[in-house]
Design a protein around this ligand. Structure first.
Ligand code: ADP
Ligand code: ZN
Ligand code: ZN
Length: 746
């Protein structure tokens, strides 16, 4: 039970996860006990006809609302707040900076189970690991006990620990053998997955196997961060793929763990990088928590609570794990910091990278950003001295950098997007028993179905977009709203014309590859082919075992994977990225090219990258190839400066959509007018204009852009504007949202 701080503070002012800016006042609950209530605790309150979970913001003596009308808090859920004062301050900052309702910001910081007020019992899942003698023993010595032998071999093949769930998935009858192996001192209990406290013991070393011997740039990076573990600072670890960034992370993490502190590691997409988890488990003996969207609510709540209580030392997670409370925070790492997935694109639109930096500052700990292709904003922050650059210029070990080439396909004969020269290169590579990786960032068979006789095109009824052909499933599908229809054979307009597919998708390329390389194994990796649970893992395993000759895929391939036997990478259609109207597009294209290229020749064999283009003189491509990403970035930053675009100015985008075609425009028009009245110059208000995709899922979309060279002025305008916008009559007739520092203008 809890008690009020003093008799005067009668009113509980709370934040509730609803899309309005105001806070809500309640009377204290009937029964109040002895511990004083603190901001941040969760409460259950009556709200309309339902009950909701609320977060206490403050206790105040007065309410603007008649006390007689106030409802009472029903229940207090936490005796103590689950978030620290500093983390609460972070949420308040984020609410202000992103101009987002505080209740929704708070809600985002909690895992779903806790947001719903559920009580979560942390369940323990045991993990087992080999002992030193277990690692050393020859499994043949156990040949008279075949069950034990096979369990031992399973562990030896895995090199690290296995959880009960992993063992059960492998073989239902593992328990007795594991027990017998433990009796023989070949296995032991290890730290648990999302569970148990394995209190860091002084006797047990933190690392399991020995670290690699760092090369000089790696060592310099490790030293630089380790020398300032006691204070805030942002470091950019810029290193080409394969330069040993992960090794640098692990050596720094070790130093933090040795101080008894925790590490938060954020990745763009954790399901794509089980490799990292595996490497961490091989290196560290401490408990590691995992948090990403493929886990159950309970598992995520366990990971969150384990970090909050200090029972796990490392958290590996995606964007949403950013707010996880840390009992003894020591370091935040964001790997692939340039990745767009760090920006939340709906609801509470925050940049996990930018918020991580603010969090590091509040907690007074270092923040380490890693990338082969840093975001232009980040490079700009290095240039102006805010972030410190740590550079790994070369690939670690024996691997060499891949060679990038442009392949001019103007006037060349093409077979479904493959030029003859490229086909020849693929043949040569396969003949050497090496793997080929083909990149095409468009799934489906073809992006357009067109009538050869009248020109009719299959359009989505609800979007300004063409329907994409999916031959395998026999459907036309809209990639923007998911609308589907059967694949038609006859033109609905002229009824006689022949319908032909126009353009290329991965499905189409897969078909031609299957014809051209009939005796080779081809794997297609895109969102369609990997929908089934475990499908991606399965394909990756096949690829790594060398059972695959040609890998074809979308951007899924650009991230984090290590394909040691790939020596040829081809980007089939680099031109499609060159003509976007969004000023972020060149940056994204350059990053994509470099990231995909990074999949080539990661091990001993050197790699080559071929880009098919009809724009062989395009400055973006030539700069990237002749001078590398950094020169590209310098040029791109100079262009942004010239045009006063971010990071040389600051933007906020107000989007509105509605079934009615006029409402969004009218609404934004009123906002623009209000904006003009309140703005004291220095702020450009551009629009309203139709969104680049003017209609989507049946809704008409408009946008209004605020831009200023002075961040504080932009924000004070938004401060003044948001409460007024909320009160506009039209605000109830449209769906609207504000995006501060938008990363794409769609
Ligand atoms: P990145 O994270 O930058 O892509 P990794 O840390 O995964 O790079 O390293 C790429 C490969 O190089 C890995 O196989 C890793 O074991 C190896 N490696 C890293 N550092 C060293 C080193 N100092 N000496 C030898 N090999 C290294
Ligand atoms: Zn027709
Ligand atoms: Zn659609």
């Amino acid at each position: 039970m809890v008690k009020l701080q003093s008799g005067n503070e009668l009113i509980f002012r709370v934040a509730i996860a609803v899309p309005v800016y105001r806070l809500f006042d309640y009377l204290p609950p009937e029964q109040v006990g002895l511990t004083p209530v603190k901001p941040g605790i969760r409460l259950e309150v009556p709200f309309g006809k339902t009950k909701k979970i609320a977060f206490l913001v403050e206790c105040v003596p007065h309410s603007d609302i008649d006390i007689a009308k106030l409802k009472r808090v029903e229940r207090i859920l936490d005796e103590k707040p689950l978030l620290s004062k500093k983390d609460l301050a972070l949420l308040h900052w984020a609410g202000r900076y992103y101009h987002h309702p505080l209740g929704e910001v708070f809600s985002a910081a909690f895992p779903v189970a806790l947001r719903q007020g559920k009580s979560v019992v942390i369940q323990t899942e045991k993990r087992y690991a080999l002992t030193a003698s277990g690692r050393a023993i020859d499994s043949e010595l156990l040949k008279r006990t075949p069950k034990q032998k096979s369990v031992l071999e399973k562990f030896q093949a895995h090199q690290n620990s296995l959880s009960e769930a992993e063992l059960s998935a492998w073989n239902h009858n593992w328990r007795s053998s594991v027990k017998q192996l433990a009796d023989r001192q070949l296995l032991q209990l290890a730290g648990s997955e999302v569970g148990t406290s394995s209190t860091p013991s002084v006797v047990e070393p933190i690392i399991r196997n020995t670290a690699l011997h760092c090369n000089a740039p790696q060592q310099a990076a490790v030293t630089a961060v380790c020398d300032s573990l006691e204070q805030f600072g942002v470091f950019l670890l810029e290193g080409v793929t394969g330069s040993g960034k992960t090794e640098v992370y692990m050596q720094i993490i070790r130093a933090v763990l040795e101080q008894g502190r925790q590490v938060l590691v954020l990745l763009p997409e954790i399901t794509l990088t089980p490799q990292l988890e595996e490497r961490f488990r091989q290196r560290f003996t401490v408990s590691i928590a995992i948090s990403h969207s493929k886990l159950t609510d309970r598992q995520r709540a366990c990971a969150w609570l384990n970090m909050q209580r200090g029972e796990c030392a490392i958290l590996l997670g995606t964007r949403s794990a950013l707010f996880t409370p840390l009992k003894n925070p020591g370091l935040i790492i964001l790997d692939e910091e340039h990745d767009a997935s760090f920006k939340q694109q709906e609801g509470f639109r925050f940049s996990a990278r930018d918020v991580a930096v603010v969090r590091g500052k509040l907690l007074n700990i270092p923040v380490l950003l890693g990338s082969a292709t840093p975001a232009l904003e980040t490079l700009h922050n290095v240039e102006n001295g805010r972030y410190r650059l740590l550079h790994l210029p070369e690939r670690a070990g024996n691997a060499t950098a891949p060679i990038l080439q442009l392949l001019d396909i103007r006037n060349k004969k093409m077979q479904e997007g493959l030029s003859e020269a490229l086909i020849a290169e693929i043949r040569l590579t396969l003949a050497k028993n090496e793997q080929v990786l083909l990149f095409l960032n468009r799934r489906g068979f073809a992006p357009t179905l067109i009538c050869h006789s009248c020109g009719w095109v299959a359009r989505c009824r609800r979007c300004d977009a063409n329907m994409v052909i999916h031959y395998d499933e026999g459907v036309l599908r809209c990639h923007h709203c998911g609308q589907e229809q059967r694949l038609i054979r006859q033109c609905p307009a002229c009824t006689t014309g022949e319908l032909t597919p126009l353009g290329l998708g991965t499905e189409r390329v897969e078909k031609v590859l299957a014809e051209l390389f009939a005796n080779k194994t081809i794997v297609r990796l895109d969102r369609d082919s990997t929908q089934r649970k475990g499908a991606l893992e399965n394909y990756l395993q096949q690829i790594n075992q060398g059972a695959v000759d040609i890998i074809l895929g979308t951007q899924m391939l650009a991230k984090g994977h290590h394909f040691p036997n790939v020596t040829l990478v081809a980007i089939l259609d680099v031109d499609s990225g060159l003509f976007s109207i969004d000023f972020h597009a060149p940056e994204k294209l350059a990053q994509m090219i470099v990231q995909v290229s990074g999949r080539a020749g990661r091990a001993e064999k050197p790699g080559r990258v071929i880009m098919q283009t009809r724009q062989p003189e395009h400055p973006l491509l030539t700069t990237l190839i002749r001078q590398g990403y950094n020169s590209f970035a310098k040029t791109a930053l100079a262009e942004r400066k010239e045009a006063s675009l971010p990071p040389f100015s600051y933007q906020a985008l107000l989007r509105a959509q509605a079934v009615d075609a006029q409402m969004p425009k009218l609404f934004l028009g009123e906002v623009a007018q209000l904006g003009q009245e309140f703005s004291k110059g220095h702020i450009d208000i551009l629009g309203p204009v139709a969104a680049p995709m003017a209609r989507r899922a049946g809704l008409y979309r408009y946008q209004l852009l605020f831009q200023s060279s002075r961040r504080p002025e932009l924000h004070s305008l938004l401060d003044a504007l948001m409460p007024l916008i909320e009160k506009l009559k039209l605000a109830k007739k449209v769906r609207w949202s504000l995006d501060v520092d938008p990363v794409d203008l769609y």
